[in-house]
Design a protein around this ligand. Structure first.
Ligand code: MN
Length: 414
């Protein structure tokens, strides 16, 4: 596949994250306007609500885009998704209608692109699981006995999923030092990121009805970058036996543009070789991962950003389709707007680790930033940014960025 050209000149540059091949979906506003659906093209946004109002783009003659979320379109299913994408290709491609209403991205404020129904986070990166397991249990017991058979996950909180650019307040919580008799309560001292992809469920499944991995793949509307902010000291004290709770409940950031599965099709790649055969219900009918280069930067307040990790989504052991099929395998109903975190994406090299816990090996090997400062974990005022793109032949399918700045913990009421 090569670059598909658009009459929007900025979409034809090799370095744009948003060429005609991409067409990611977001929710934006300008000034005091109401948030509404838009499509990124080059450095512009197609105002899809206005385009629909003018009769330039319609789906089933049902108004879908003058709304602050994509959920209505998501629920319509893959045939409508494909129909919309082909109409946008014609409208914005060479020879398309240059009266289509565009807004400069620089003038727009981005909002949450969809209403999150429920949020589930997985633990499906083997390098991450090995690193964390080695730190806590030693290399022989690093992987739990179920890990090579089940995409392990926990039910997280939809209420604290926020769009990129939203400040993150350092959480308070209960922690206990190994040599202390009693736990204490106060601001998290080991605040971390987790570099992940988020898969967005478009169509729902029925209560009591399992789905195949192939069906799950067709249900996934698209992907975003996801930062699963984590309070490691709170997590270490609370996590046994039911898994993370408050350590993960305070914030999850996502990038504002939903990159559709359709745009990522040329970048499909297989999960790595199975070390133990999977049960048939988790078998993949086709490559389930995507070749997406990922990067994390860290910037102390008022200082330049330093790249602290580079990795690739293709490092995951389980795909999002496998995770979704496993999630529904008990009969759990999956809903339009469900968000599935991939799990932390780490590669085999030290520079490819997707969390500070791994990069600094539990805080024992602090990072030195370009500014000369060192970090074991995140300090107040630090800005963390994830970015990612699939690299095509002369074009890229970019995700934009997912950023958040840490604000001091709130004083807990006496
Ligand atoms: Mn996570």
């Amino acid at each position: 596949m090569a670059l598909m050209t658009s009459w929007v000149a900025s979409a034809n540059r090799a370095e744009t994250p948003f060429p005609l091949n991409n067409l990611p979906y977001g929710v934006f506003s300008v000034g005091d306007d109401a948030p509404r659906c838009g499509v990124a093209i080059g450095d512009m946004i197609l105002d899809l609500a206005a385009a629909e109002g003018a009769g330039l783009v319609t789906v089933h003659d049902v108004p879908a885009f003058d709304a602050p979320s994509w959920n209505k379109l998501m629920a319509m299913g893959p045939t409508v998704w494909a129909d919309l994408r082909s109409k946008l290709m014609v409208l914005l491609g060479e020879g398309g209608n240059q009266d289509a209403p565009l807004v400069a991205q620089a003038d727009a404020v981005m909002h949450m692109p969809f209403d999150v129904a429920e949020y589930t986070d997985f633990y499906a990166g083997k390098h991450h699981a090995m690193n964390v397991g080695t730190m806590f249990r030693g290399p022989e017991n690093a992987l739990p006995p179920n890990w090579l058979h089940i995409p392990i996950g926990y039910n997280g909180r939809a209420s604290s999923v926020v769009v990129s650019g939203t400040d993150i307040t350092r959480p308070n919580g209960q922690t206990k030092a190994p040599d202390a008799d009693m736990p204490s309560f106060g601001p998290c001292k080991r605040l971390d990121i987790e570099l992940e992809m988020g898969a967005i469920v478009g169509t729902s499944s029925q209560l009591g009805q399992p789905i195949s991995v192939a069906q799950a793949d067709e249900m996934i509307f698209g992907y975003v970058l996801l930062n699963d902010w984590s309070a490691r000291d709170i997590q270490a004290w609370e996590y046994q036996p039911l898994g993370p709770f408050q350590a993960k409940a305070f914030a999850t950031s996502i990038s504002p543009w939903i990159v559709t599965t359709a745009a990522l099709e040329p970048f499909r790649t297989s999960t790595p070789a199975r070390e133990k055969g999977l049960l048939p219900y988790l078998a993949e009918p086709k490559p389930g991962l995507f070749d997406i280069a990922l990067e994390v930067t860290m910037a102390p307040a008022g200082k330049p950003a330093t790249t602290i990790a580079r990795t690739n989504y293709s490092q995951m052991y389980y795909s999002s389709a496998q995770q979704l099929a496993h999630h529904a395998s008990s009969g759990c109903a999956m809903s339009t707007g469900d968000l599935l975190g991939s799990g932390t994406i780490s590669g085999p090299e030290k520079s490819e680790r997707g969390s500070l816990l791994e990069l600094t090996w539990g805080g024992k090997e602090p990072l030195t930033l370009d500014s000369g400062e060192t970090r074991s974990f995140i300090e107040d005022g630090d800005c963390l940014t994830l970015s990612g793109a699939a690299q095509g032949d002369g074009y890229q399918i970019g995700f934009g960025s997912c950023t958040g700045t840490i604000q001091p913990a709130v004083k807990f009421p006496e």
